[in-house]
Design a binder for this molecule. Structure first.
Ligand SMILES: NC(=O)c1ccc[n+]([C@@H]2O[C@H](COP(=O)([O-])OP(=O)(O)OC[C@H]3O[C@@H](n4cnc5c(N)ncnc54)[C@H](OP(=O)(O)O)[C@@H]3O)[C@@H](O)[C@H]2O)c1
Length: 419
């Protein structure tokens, strides 16, 4: 284990801008894309973009988890070189269904090794990293080490191993292009000045469905209520994380790593309209904001086309904009945000613990064995028992992650409540 050190070099988020001309000159007209998490919310939106711009983006490799029906449909439509499923049984079943459907020439892989293979195929030059959770970490890291440009949605990989990923990105001259709408907005606003000219950045948060719910009612919040996000349609984990505001906490850590900023320069403001996706405040007092429709296809298109901008029909009606609100986040209602700042300051294993404990706790909440407020309590208990170490490689990250999950399950055995 080594101590963490912030590296003061050109940040990984604008490496492509630094080497952009030479690099983009080598990219063929059609970008050959691997989509990790092709059956998820981000994955299917990425495929929508591929459908809209067939002359620019072609999905040549896919990785999915357990959704066989959609994986089959995607193979039939896109005829990728390879697809990976979460495990061997699912891969076998998909291969059988493909044979039955007369679809040939697709290499059906499985597990982490399969996802890594998909992410590092020679013909792939852009990887959309959109598997949910730490399950996406190894393939994302392998893609960076293989020199692929990354469109990064899988924030958990950055939270668990951001320092290792950004170091590898610098070493291999790979751009990490954020797809998360807030980081994508920051990336866009960062083009207005140099990294040294940034005073601080502001991540906007919708505040989720319980922004105005009395604190006394939080204990009784059900999964069905928490899954109703006011402004975005997303996967289950990120939707629950938005309701607890742990998602914003993960985004704070993701932003620190992506933009090479300390936690006290990454601020959060609650902005219920979700119109401004984030802001960068410069040393002269100017604040640049990015506004657009709440449609993830826009940040995906931006990442895929960077450093160019590609015309789209995603317009934003300024005339319909009546007011913009900004509020301080309420740390009493949303203790996950406080815990995330603590983890961001501690770094290393504490960031891994924050995410691992949350993955276990959200799963228990969705299964009805943990209360809504139990999510933060579980994370806090796991953080308290996490030693202050920093992993030196991905293997150590995964070991710490596994230990934290075990601790979280132990905590749950004590704090679980029957619903
Ligand atoms: N959705 C958004 O608007 C949004 C915005 C910003 C950032 N993000 C981030 O993007 C990532 C994906 O979010 P999402 O909302 O798209 O999630 P989602 O809809 O739940 O999709 C998750 C994807 O990961 C796949 N997957 C899960 N476990 C896997 C495994 N072990 N091996 C291979 N694939 C696996 C799923 O496959 P199956 O469905 O086939 O099981 C699915 O394709 C998350 O990190 C999230 O925080 C999402």
């Amino acid at each position: 284990m080594r101590l963490s050190a912030r590296v003061h070099q050109r940040p990984a988020y604008d490496l492509q801008q630094a080497s952009g001309d030479a690099k983009s000159a080598k990219i063929p007209n059609v970008k050959q894309i691997a989509i990790l998490g092709s059956t998820g919310s981000i994955g299917t939106s990425t495929l929508d973009i591929c459908r809209l711009y067939p002359e620019r983006y072609r999905p040549v490799a896919l990785a999915a988890g357990r959704n066989l029906d959609l994986a089959l449909q995607q193979c039939t439509e896109w005829r990728p070189t390879a697809i990976s499923m979460a495990d061997e049984q699912l891969a076998g079943e998909l291969a059988r269904r493909l044979r039955e459907a007369g679809v040939t020439g697709i290499n059906v892989l499985h597990g982490t090794a399969g996802t890594v293979q998909v992410a590092t195929l020679r013909e792939v030059n852009f990887v959309v990293s959109a598997i949910v959770g730490v399950a996406g970490l190894q393939a994302t890291y392998a893609a960076v080490c293989a020199g692929k440009t990354i469109g990064l949605a899988n924030k958990e990989a950055m939270v668990a191993a951001g320092e290792l990923i950004t170091a590898a990105a610098r070493e291999h001259n790979v751009a990490l292009l954020p797809i998360d709408s807030e980081h994508n907005a920051i990336h866009q606003c960062m083009r207005g000045g140099t990294p040294a000219e940034v005073r601080q950045i502001w991540l906007t948060a919708s505040g989720g469905p319980f922004r105005n719910t009395p604190l006394a009612d939080f204990e009784r919040i059900t999964p069905a209520e928490a899954l109703k996000h006011p402004t975005w349609v997303m996967g289950q984990r990120i939707t629950i994380d938005s309701a607890t505001m742990l998602n914003k906490g993960l985004e704070i850590i993701e932003a620190c790593r992506l933009f090479d900023l300390p936690p006290d320069k990454v601020r959060v403001t609650v902005h219920p309209q979700s119109t401004i996706h984030s802001l960068v405040e410069y040393v002269d007092g100017s604040i640049l904001a990015q506004l657009s429709v709440t449609d993830m296809r826009l940040p995906i298109l931006y990442a895929l086309s960077y450093p160019e901008r590609v015309p789209s029909e995603l317009t934003f009606d300024l005339a319909a904009l009546s007011h913009l609100e900004f509020q301080q986040p309420d740390l009493e209602r949303f203790p996950c945000l406080r815990l995330a700042y603590e983890a961001a300051r501690a770094g290393g294993a504490h960031c891994i613990a924050l995410n691992a404990a949350d993955e276990v706790a959200v799963d228990a909440f969705l299964r009805g064995t943990l209360s809504f407020t139990g999510i933060a309590r579980t994370i806090e208990r796991v953080l308290e028992s996490t030693p202050a170490v920093t992993p030196g490689d991905i293997g150590e990250v995964l070991t710490i992650d596994a230990n934290c999950r075990e601790t979280a399950l132990g905590v749950l055995a004590g704090v679980a409540v029957s619903r």
